[in-house]
Design a protein around this ligand. Structure first.
Ligand code: FES
Length: 106
């Protein structure tokens, strides 16, 4: 279990208790966090679950794998800390994770 905080583009915070093994995207959808669309349902095929991982968490969250990297090319305003939230799995180590939702999805 990990607490994940989503900060939307207008600065609204959503704090969520996320189960280990679920994804950051699934928890956003379950808790109606605005701005995360996840059109492909987590298959790494749409890039509409794009988030920015808070700088303090980028190392623990890890780097995107090749398939995610390719898909990120379709996301809007990609930054070095961009991730597709369906590819970030919750685990104890990520307790306290903060992600920001971009202004818009692809
Ligand atoms: S939900 Fe489609 S790429 Fe993440």
């Amino acid at each position: 279990m990990a607490k994940v905080t989503y900060i939307t583009h207008d600065g609204t915070k959503f704090e969520v208790d996320a189960e280990n093994g679920s994804t950051v995207m699934e928890n956003a959808i379950r808790n109606a966090v605005p701005g995360i669309e996840a059109e492909c349902g987590g298959a790494c095929a749409c890039a509409t679950c794009h988030v920015y991982v808070d700088e303090a968490w980028t190392e623990k969250a890890g780097a995107p794998e090749a398939m995610e990297e390719d898909m990120l090319d379709f996301a809007y305003d990609v930054q070095p800390n961009s991730r597709l939230s369906c590819q970030v799995k919750v685990r104890d180590e990520l307790d306290g994770l903060i992600v920001r939702v971009p202004e818009r999805q692809a």
